[in-house]
Design a protein around this ligand. Structure first.
Ligand SMILES: NC(=O)c1ccc[n+]([C@@H]2O[C@H](COP(=O)([O-])OP(=O)(O)OC[C@H]3O[C@@H](n4cnc5c(N)ncnc54)[C@H](OP(=O)(O)O)[C@@H]3O)[C@@H](O)[C@H]2O)c1
Length: 429
């Protein structure tokens, strides 16, 4: 059999995808039956590192999604449009979709999956979260019989690289970001990475799969790493923590779902603490399984293309087994259409690390303790670390507290004459 596919995009991931398909020896035998008919790009003159047959490259992307011979459309353009419209047209034309585009799925997943279910086609997206690490299929299939209680990920390689480098070399955020941009680990516009949006896109996808409910992306609370300083990383280390940008989805078992992305202090002996550099990891906890951590390269040409091509082979396998025309396999399709009710941030329970700069007046530690106590915020430790010029630097770590109570206490503390500023507030896992 021959399975005819069309690629939309021949950039980093598109090139890796074409390379695997064109060099099939020693890999899954189904690859030999996959034929790339057309590849859509912006610029036909651009030099390409992969050699395609004449006429395969085109700038007419509509012709790919409307081509009756093409059975699988592989969307590797990135961004929202024209990716969304092309995916929807391809679905309406009865084509299966493989995509690496978390942004489009996080925002338009409901529209895309509703259309796919109506058309009886699959939309597979293993590469959209954590690049080469298999997370989507394990969550849907291998772990699917567990009652999942949490999915916690380091799922943005750029921020993990920056935080790792800040920690190992004692550098500040801006210096490491500039270096990461030079090395190609960070985009010229790093907003989606450093402000947490990319991780929020990905955790919305993981949460929907793990908890079986659609998630409204705009409801996810999201904080990035711009405010993290070398000082906080160093103090965190003294307290036995590392700083990581975590994407957290928790709930299930009758609890409402909480989904958030923020820098987090992680105990140095926690499995996620040792995931460094551009690597990604996803820690899944469920009943009766306990904990499983999936980790590895979260981006890059080969790793991401490996996930894309595995999805293509998955669809080809389904087409080959002749099960098309029957109901969609619930292991691979989206079979929920209700929306998750997310817990407001004020209701979540977590620990906090907070650094205060205080005028050096007697009794300031006492004031802090009293204020926190008044709002039911119990403290694990409160330590004067040193001085910054003539201001005393005090670090407080709370026990598990309700975020709303903590914020009320802080609002009161901010108004104390003794408090000059509160340079950092970081949640603790
Ligand atoms: N890079 C990674 O490591 C990685 C990891 C995980 C997921 N992803 C996801 O994979 C997708 C692709 O990423 P990438 O890094 O491969 O992107 P990329 O290198 O920027 O490549 C994008 C490709 O799409 C083409 N393209 C973009 N807009 C187009 C348009 N309007 N019309 C025609 N062609 C268009 C470009 O054409 P030209 O070549 O002519 O410019 C290029 O070939 C994104 O959704 C990304 O989030 C990437």
């Amino acid at each position: 059999m021959v399975f005819t596919i069309g690629l939309l995009g021949l950039g980093t991931v598109g090139t890796g995808t074409a390379e695997i398909i064109l060099d099939s020896e020693g890999r899954n035998p189904l690859l030999q039956e996959i034929k790339i008919k057309q590849v859509g790009v912006n610029n036909l003159e651009k030099p390409r590192s992969v050699t395609l047959d004449p006429g395969v490259l085109t700038t007419d992307l509509e012709s790919i999604v409307n081509d009756p011979e093409i059975e699988i459309v592989v969307e590797l353009l990135g961004g929202l449009e024209p990716a969304r419209s092309l995916i929807l047209t391809a679905i309406r034309n009865g084509k299966h979709i493989v995509t690496a585009n978390k942004a489009v799925i996080a925002r338009y997943g409901d529209e895309i999956y509703t259309a796919a279910n109506q058309a009886g086609v699959y939309v597979l997206l293993e590469a959209a979260v954590a690049g080469g690490i298999p997370v989507i299929k394990p969550l849907k299939q291998s772990l699917g019989v567990n009652r999942i209680t949490s999915v916690i990920g380091i799922i943005n390689g750029t921020t993990n690289y920056i935080l790792t480098k800040m920690s190992t070399e004692g550098l500040d955020f801006a210096d490491v970001l500039a270096e990461a941009q030079e090395l190609g680990y960070a985009e010229a516009d790093p907003t989606a990475d450093v402000d947490g949006g990319d991780a929020a896109d990905k955790i919305s996808i993981l949460a929907a799969i793990a908890f079986g409910e659609r998630v409204k992306r705009e409801e996810i609370s999201c904080e990035g790493i711009r405010q993290i300083s070398a000082t906080d990383i160093s103090y965190a280390e003294d307290l036995g923590f590392v700083v990581k940008l975590l994407a957290i989805a928790k709930g299930g078992m009758g609890q409402s779902l909480q989904i958030r992305v923020h820098p987090t202090l992680v105990s140095q002996d926690h499995p996620l603490a040792n995931v460094n550099g551009v690597n990604n990891a996803v820690l899944v906890e469920g009943d009766p399984l306990g904990q499983v951590m999936l980790s590895g390269p979260g981006a890059g040409k080969g790793a991401t293309a490996s996930a894309v091509v595995s999805d293509i082979v998955n669809v080809a396998g389904i087409l080959k087994s002749n099960s098309q025309g029957k109901d969609l396999d619930p292991h691979l399709s989206c079979n929920h259409d209700n929306y998750a009710q997310l817990m407001p941030l004020a209701e979540i329970t977590t620990r906090f690390y907070t650094r205060f700069l205080c005028n050096d007046v007697p009794g300031v530690i006492g004031y802090l303790g009293t204020c926190f106590g008044k709002h039911d915020v119990s403290l694990e430790s409160i330590v004067q670390i040193g001085f910054q010029e003539d201001l005393a630097e005090i670090v407080v770590v709370t026990h598990d507290v309700k975020e709303g109570d903590f914020r009320q206490a802080l609002a009161e503390i901010e108004n104390l004459d003794a408090i000059a500023s509160i340079p950092s507030i970081i949640r603790v896992l």
